[in-house]
Design a protein around this ligand. Structure first.
Ligand code: FMN
Length: 226
């Protein structure tokens, strides 16, 4: 069935070719906690993170403290903040745990040895790894990095982290199950350097384990919506 939002690009839709300076097209923000060489802990926001089963792939600037920490001490917590926590995330944005501040960091970036205090977020002990969880983040993934390798340019590293434990706030778990409730959970999405939460649901995958209106079908009131 053809709907009103069908992409008719083959017929020409007037797209313009542009050269954007960034391609942050909307990925969830994570707060990565890692261990510094002196046994203290670093906390860094990042949005280049995605999951392959239990493996989470992380893209990191090669010169940052987080990349160094993961190469030397492979434990981490991948904390997922909610949309309401965006100001805490943004407080961490101009900070690095590396001293002296690397030259390739953006202007205004400064060294901060205690990023938890700077963010206003509280640590909570992890169970399987040394870096702490971020207490108020609704989802916390304790993970062990299996591989860190440079990207083709040398500017970034790609880390592969195997998740060992998942902690979820009870409010986002379907009662009596192992499932995160997609209706209750929203990631904080980084969309071309602006922070968003999720809008209303449009439908679900045929593989959803938490369907309400029937797998794959758009829910009432959303049919034909773009
Ligand atoms: C919302 C947000 C998303 C970010 N995403 C990434 C990312 O995916 N990869 C990355 O290397 N840096 C990312 N950054 C920048 C790092 O947080 C920044 O370079 C920070 O200084 C790293 O800290 P560190 O040097 O202590 O590791 C992001 C920053 C913000 C605020």
């Amino acid at each position: 069935m053809t709907t009103a939002h069908t992409d008719t690009s083959s017929a020409g839709t007037g797209h313009v070719a542009i050269e954007p300076s960034i391609l942050y097209f909307g990925t969830p923000v994570v707060l990565l906690s890692t261990e510094n060489p002196d046994g203290t802990f670093n906390l860094a926001p990042m949005s280049s993170a995605w999951a392959l089963g239990r493996l989470v792939v992380l893209g990191l600037g090669a010169g940052g403290q987080t990349a160094r920490n993961l190469a030397e001490r492979p434990e981490a917590v991948i904390n997922l903040p909610s949309p309401g926590q965006w100001r805490h995330v943004e407080r961490l944005a101009p900070l690095t745990g590396r001293y002296p501040v690397p030259e390739d960091k953006p202007a205004g970036c400064r060294f901060e040895p205690d990023k938890f205090a700077a963010s206003g977020l509280l640590p909570e002990p992890s169970l399987a790894v040394r870096p702490p969880r971020v207490a108020r983040c609704p989802l916390q993934l304790e993970a062990r990095v299996q591989r860190v390798r440079p990207d083709g340019s040398g500017a970034f590293v790609i880390a592969e982290a195997l998740v060992e434990r998942v902690h979820a706030h009870p409010d986002i778990v379907v009662p009596g199950t192992q499932h995160v409730d997609p209706d209750a959970w929203s990631p904080l999405v980084y969309n071309f350097r602006h922070y968003f939460g999720l809008g209303p649901e449009r439908g679900c995958s045929h593989r959803s384990e938490t369907p309400r209106g029937g797998g794959g079908a758009p829910r009432a009131g959303t049919a034909g919506a773009p």
